[in-house]
Design a protein around this ligand. Structure first.
Ligand SMILES: Cc1ncc(COP(=O)(O)O)c(C=O)c1O
Length: 346
């Protein structure tokens, strides 16, 4: 795999969401019941046993967060403490030893600082995406937790999700389930995503941007929008997002709930969203670190397309939510206490 080109040669205005082998990543090893301190490494290849539990039994979890270049040239992280906590929870679900949360945040900052040239310039809308990852390694064959683990954090510059500006896309309701009622849907574990590839592929081939998953127990309520959480805004100004034990607790979702209530004057609600009751919503969208705030034009269900505000125009409150969230992330709008952590760069 070729190393990434020098940052000075990258066209940050035209990046996608693609792997790039940047100069530095953080790597720590768990052996004999404890984590070592970890260190930056220039080696992007992992050499692991064929018996690794991550390869056979999916003992692997991960996170996703971004670093944002601000107008004054400094670098912001958005709520990395929430990613550290969620990874802790994912580790507990898979019987993996969590990497200490304060060290997780320090390691994220180390990786950003070491690759600071690759944090895209302010104004491009591009960001540095960080991928913390933990895998069970070592020689195993039985279905039991590994005794050795790798925790790593690598980084990639990624483009603005909507290069030509925000625009709505259509989703289709999936026949497949993403998660079981008491399964691993609330954890960010690799297996959840392997199972999502086929539904995503079928949706793309049918001309949709992604799928809407329904609740696995009754198939009547919206759970997730691809790899993002769903929101709807009612005609009487309620911001509603699904409450379910089998969806991923999205950091963008909790932030949007707060922004909706405190900055947009909406009533923020986590509750049931029935797929046959979409008429209550004037606007709808998907939200996540990658998706940011993505307007949903319409949702196809059993052959009918339900259009919300418009298939071509961005609805006004969705746009305000997008502006407020990205304003906070890029440092243009005042952030609630504790949401932004600065990355010290020499
Ligand atoms: C299944 C799923 N739902 C929701 C989200 C959004 O979560 P967050 O806002 O923390 O990125 C993600 C992405 O991380 C995801 O993979």
């Amino acid at each position: 795999m070729a190393k990434a080109q020098p940052a000075s040669e990258i066209d940050f205005n035209n990046l996608g969401f693609d792997y790039m082998d940047l100069p530095y990543r953080f790597i720590a090893h768990y052996t004999n019941g404890q984590w070592d301190a970890g260190e930056l490494s220039e080696d992007s290849t992992l050499h692991i046993s064929e018996g690794s539990t991550s390869l056979h039994y999916g003992q692997a979890d991960f996170e996703g967060l971004k670093a944002y270049r601000t107008k004054d040239g400094s670098i912001n992280l958005f709520r990395p403490d929430m990613n550290a906590k969620r990874m802790h929870n994912s580790c507990e679900r898979l019987l993996m030893p969590a990497f200490p949360e304060d060290q997780f945040i320090a390691a994220v900052k180390q990786v950003v600082a070491a690759n600071a040239d690759y944090v895209p310039p302010y104004g491009t809308g591009a960001t540095l995406y960080l991928r913390p990852l933990m895998i069970g390694i070592g020689g195993n064959i039985g279905v039991h937790p590994a005794s050795e683990y790798i925790f790593t954090i690598f980084a990639q510059p990624v483009g603005a999700y909507y290069k030509g500006g925000l625009k709505p896309t259509n989703f289709t309701t999936s026949y497949y389930d993403r998660a079981a009622p008491h399964g691993t849907g609330q954890s960010k574990v690799g297996g959840n995503y392997g199972g999502s590839l086929l539904p995503g592929d079928e949706a793309h081939k049918a001309g949709f941007s992604d799928v809407i998953y329904l609740d696995p127990a009754t198939h009547t309520k919206i759970e997730e929008a691809g790899s993002a959480n769903f929101f709807g805004i009612t005609k009487d100004h309620e911001f509603v997002t699904p409450k379910s034990p089998s969806i991923l607790p999205s950091i963008t979702k909790y932030s949007a709930l707060w922004i909706a209530e405190h900055r947009l004057g909406l009533k923020a609600i986590e509750g049931d969203i029935f797929i046959n009751d979409l008429d209550r919503f004037e606007e709808a969208g998907a939200m996540g670190t990658a998706a940011v705030i993505s307007p949903i034009g319409g949702i196809e269900y059993k052959g009918d397309l339900h259009v919300f505000y418009s298939e071509t125009e961005v609805a006004p409150l969705t746009r305000k939510l997008y502006d407020e969230l990205t304003g906070i992330q890029f440092g243009d709008v005042e952030a609630p206490e504790g949401w932004i952590q600065k990355v010290p760069v020499k």
